[in-house]
Design a protein around this ligand. Structure first.
Ligand SMILES: N[C@@H](CCC(=O)N[C@@H](CS)C(=O)NCC(=O)O)C(=O)O
Length: 216
């Protein structure tokens, strides 16, 4: 077994984190579309790799890793030379902090909005649920806005994997049909990330195939 293989559909925000990291680190990889309309994530072969049955999954020279944040951290630690995952504990701490906050607080908020507003068929949409999830997402973006008033990137002075796991929200957040508060620091961060080819390739992915689709 040699080289890197990534399983997952490119419309998944969790897969997008891994694509962005791979592209950022200029690592060659084989991509196998799995999940969503492609299916394949409940087969015995796939479950042997990832017993959680979700995407993404990554294999590198025999090592299999699932959970998007663990994958991105692995890539940074193995191949990044400190580039997306700082090696020094005091530099690493804020990066891990914003990453864990993304996993536990920020992503559930903005993805909740995406599900309520975009993935739920129009006839089934619940205005109260949309308003609640929008308020939660706005609260999170206010935290990010404040943070980006202190530093250009979430982890501090340098781009890191914290920007990757949180930044996959930006295409959807800015294209969803909702009232967003003015957030100049978030807008400037988005513009900075958009200068990166890896961001554009991984994240600026139209999601028409997800509209009104709750099946996966
Ligand atoms: N915590 C997991 C969540 C993975 C997850 O929820 N994946 C979704 C796509 S974003 C999935 O596999 N859904 C089933 C499908 O796409 O068929 C991670 O970060 O990797």
């Amino acid at each position: 077994m040699s080289g890197i293989t990534l399983w997952g559909r490119l419309s998944s925000c969790n897969v997008q984190k891994v694509v962005w990291a791979l592209e950022e680190l200029e690592l060659p990889y084989e991509h196998i579309p799995v999940g969503g309309q492609h299916g394949g994530n409940r087969t015995a072969d796939y479950l042997a790799l990832n017993p959680n049955g979700l995407v993404p999954t990554l294999r590198d020279r025999g090592l299999v890793v699932w959970e998007s944040h663990a994958i991105v951290r692995y890539l940074g630690a193995e191949f990044g030379s400190g580039l997306i995952y700082p090696t020094e504990p005091r530099a690493r701490a804020p990066v891990d902090e914003w990453t864990d906050w993304t996993a536990t607080t920020f992503q559930p908020a903005w993805i909740g909005l995406f599900w309520n507003l975009v993935r739920t068929p129009e006839a089934e949409r619940d205005g109260a649920a949309i308003a609640k999830s929008l308020a939660a997402a706005v609260r999170c973006f206010e935290l990010i806005e404040d943070r980006l008033g202190q530093a250009p990137y979430l982890g501090g002075a340098e781009f890191s994997y914290a920007d990757i796991v949180a930044g996959v929200s930006l295409y959807r957040w800015t294209t969803m049909d909702v009232e967003r508060p003015a957030s100049p620091n978030v807008a400037a961060w988005h513009a900075r990330l958009n200068e990166r080819a890896a961001f554009r390739k991984a994240v600026n992915v139209p999601y028409a195939d997800l509209v009104g689709r709750l099946a996966f």
